[in-house]
Write a protein that binds this ligand. Structure first.
Ligand code: AMP
Ligand code: GLY
Length: 430
């Protein structure tokens, strides 16, 4: 088997790590792999979003499975082109990716499918948005409808903040095309969880629920980021909850998408909030989440590969069930560049103690925003630099392992949240 992983962040490093365990004899390739991925895959010097270039390369190389990490190549039609050329690819069509790339479309699907979500309205003109915001007041949430790398949602505690956000998006184009259409929605409260479903378009295998931490600061303060850390499983969620989410969220959405000629085959990520009125969908993504993948995959006690191959080849997941878990717990602390999600410096050398993680089955380091400089040293190259994953029999152990390594790794400007998992610790203490 020849497997290509598209993307080069922490999520793709974790995917590669898991798929190699599933298929030690396979040959692996990755697009411009980060230094952590280098030893696991041969480098393909094409950008992850070079859809045409990668299709031609994969055809020439005889790639038998392509797994796409990020949403952008999918939104640009990578799934459609590969399938047209008979190349098995795990990832939805461009039409189905709209569940992530257009929040307005996602809301339409949810409305048709009867899936619980925040009350909302869509706007393309500033004066109308202004009137609506003044009528509704705060707290309220203003979102760019298009792709904005996890930064397009502004949770506003005052009306002035909301007016400002909407004006910037619609009248000043601060999010470019992504913000030409906005969704204004009701502010919801409650614990957030991420549920990943691997789906053939009709049936879904759900992975362990996890919890991301989107705000940059401890205590969930400051601006939203792509995600500063995660843990899995979420102790307060049981099998009954997952079944409820399968029946009330995944299956109706899949049915609605199939009926509207945009069947979703790939990884459907439901971002949920457990509100006082029951779970509601905050957003869908059309791909694995980052940094959740880095904790969900190490807890899978069954191969991921078979599920991905079945879906990529157009097969069925009927009767596949949900993959078993190891029964352990994982916690990921993201080491970020100081200043992220705003401006930050790049090119700082990353010092990872030699002995760290070596022969330690309870510590995994997944690289994200790192690269090699001309001298071969690992340096920072992005906002989220490394995922430091601790595994344990309980969350306390997992956190301790993650923290010890997060402290031991060093680079100028290193920033991280030391409170990942705080909700679970609070629940277990009460
Ligand atoms: P999104 O880009 O839609 O995933 O939103 C990013 C983050 O903003 C979510 O993970 C939530 O923390 C927060 N958020 C989004 N929508 C709402 C909402 N309606 N009420 C409260 N918080 C929200
Ligand atoms: N962790 C959030 C995301 O992947 O979109």
């Amino acid at each position: 088997m020849k497997i290509l992983v598209v993307g080069n962040g922490g999520r793709e490093h974790a995917l590669l790590w898991k798929l190699r365990r599933d298929a030690p004899g396979a040959r692996f390739y990755a697009t411009r792999p980060n230094p952590g991925m280098e030893a696991l895959a041969s480098a393909v010097d094409l950008a992850p979003d070079d859809v045409e270039g990668l299709a031609t390369w994969a055809q020439g190389e005889g790639i038998t499975l392509t797994v796409v990490g990020p949403e952008v190549p999918l939104a640009r039609g990578m799934g459609d082109l590969f399938r047209k050329r008979g190349l098995p690819l795990f990832g939805p069509s461009a039409a189905a990716v709209r569940i992530e790339s257009s929040k307005a479309y996602a809301k339409q699907v949810m409305e048709r499918a009867g899936v619980p979500t925040a009350a909302h309205r869509t706007f393309t003109r500033w004066p109308e948005a202004e009137v609506y915001l003044k009528e509704k007041g705060a707290p309220i949430v203003v979102k760019a409808s298009g792709l904005a790398a996890g930064k397009g949602a502004v949770v506003c505690s005052t009306e002035a903040e909301a007016l400002n956000a909407a004006r910037e998006m619609l009248a000043e184009a601060s999010f470019g095309d992504a913000g030409r259409e906005i969704v204004i929605e009701e502010f919801m409260t409650g614990e957030e969880v991420s549920v990943f479903g691997i789906t053939d378009g009709r049936h879904v295998s759900l992975l362990l629920p996890s919890q991301d931490h989107k705000r940059v600061g401890e205590g969930d303060t400051g601006p939203n980021t792509g995600g500063m850390g995660a843990y899995a499983p979420v102790p307060s969620l049981d099998a009954l909850f997952l079944e409820e989410i399968r029946q009330q969220v995944f299956l109706p959405v899949l049915e609605t998408m199939e009926a509207s000629a945009a069947p979703f085959r790939g990884l459907l990520y439901a971002g949920l909030m457990r509100t006082p009125d029951g779970p509601k969908v905050v957003e869908f993504n059309a791909r694995f989440g980052d940094p959740e993948t880095q904790v969900v995959l190490p807890l899978m006690d069954e191969p991921l590969l078979e599920l991905l191959v079945a879906v990529a080849r157009g097969g069925s997941l009927q009767g596949a069930g949900d993959p078993a878990s190891t029964g352990r717990v994982a916690l990921n602390t993201v080491l970020a560049s100081g200043g992220y999600p705003g401006e930050y410096a790049r090119g700082h050398e990353v010092h990872i103690p030699d002995e760290l993680g070596v022969d330690d089955p309870d510590l995994l380091l997944f690289h994200a925003g790192t690269r090699r400089d001309d001298a071969g040293a690992v340096v920072t190259s992005g906002g989220r630099v490394l995922s430091v994953v601790g595994l344990g029999d309980d969350l306390g152990q997992a956190r301790e392992r993650s923290h010890a390594a997060a402290r031991a790794i060093d680079f100028e400007g290193k920033a991280f949240r030391a409170d990942i998992g705080w909700r679970a610790f609070q629940t277990s203490a009460s």
